[in-house]
Design a protein around this ligand. Structure first.
Ligand code: FE2
Ligand code: FE2
Length: 260
């Protein structure tokens, strides 16, 4: 059942977004990922980058992510339900760090370089854009302002992907090493995200973040049991997110705004 994750993830996001608690949870988790996770990476990168052009891009990227965290948090607070701290076992980057053998420690010790950290950021950005593509249309049905915010952030993430590709290329010893490292990181991230998705589903069911009937709860518990047994990986969509994706979504958003 290799596509269970692909089939179920959109349905899960739809049900989660439909409830206030679920929507607040998703937005708050995104805020946490943008600030506590990605934020600290950039200070470490800035400490070792000597090329002024790259330094400038890293700064812009860092400031963008800080702004994203504020936007996500403000949108989560606006819903008006109490926000919970994101559990430690649901911090994706920390899990990724461990799965890569203590990546950040290795970076601090100089065992991992700028190519590696920019490839790690690339897989994070690939995940973010994959998530936005699933989340934005569902969000638009219930909270058009939050959906517009998502589109704005997605535009930045597409730009960040360009930074990641350019900077990792600049610091790669050769294209073969870059491709092999990227393939490894994507494989690890897919596995980690699959595990993260299972823990996330269990957390959302335990906390009753979705408004589910008894039959639906039974269904989602069965899905959880199956996915735990199968331990499926959840690769993100690596295909480059080109401006056409944003143009289509922006056109839809404008049509929606003018019709309402
Ligand atoms: Fe971001
Ligand atoms: Fe980003």
């Amino acid at each position: 059942m290799p596509n269970l994750q692909k089939l179920i993830a959109p349905l899960f996001i739809r049900r989660l977004v439909q409830s206030d608690k679920g929507r607040a949870y998703i937005l708050n988790q995104a805020a946490d990922a943008e600030s506590s996770d990605e934020g600290k990476i950039f200070d470490e990168i800035l400490a070792v980058v000597d090329d002024p052009k790259v330094h400038k891009l890293v700064k812009i990227h860092q400031e963008d992510e800080e702004r994203h965290a504020e936007l996500f948090l403000a949108a989560a607070k606006k819903i008006g339900v109490p926000l919970q701290e994101v559990p430690a076992n649901l911090k994706l980057l920390a899990r990724l760090d461990i799965a890569l053998g203590g990546f950040f420690q290795q970076f601090s010790e100089g065992k991992r370089g700028l190519m590696d950290i920019y490839l790690l950021l690339q897989v994070i950005e690939e995940r973010a854009t994959t998530q936005f593509r699933q989340l934005e249309p569902e969000m638009r049905k219930v909270d058009p302002a939050a959906a517009d915010m998502l589109l704005g952030i997605a535009e930045d993430e597409v730009r960040h992907l360009k930074y990641c590709r350019a900077i990792s290329k600049q610091y790669a010893p050769n294209p073969e090493v870059l491709q092999a490292t990227l393939a490894e990181f994507r494989e690890v991230e897919g596995r980690v995200f699959g595990e993260h998705s299972r823990i996330n589903l269990e957390h959302c069911l335990d906390e009753k973040f979705m408004d589910l009937s008894a039959a639906e709860t039974f269904f989602w518990r069965a899905i959880l049991r199956t996915s735990k047994r199968k331990k499926l990986s959840a690769p993100s969509d690596f295909s480059p997110v080109e401006p056409s994706f944003l143009q289509v979504h922006l056109a839809k958003a404008r049509a929606f705004a003018s019709a309402n």
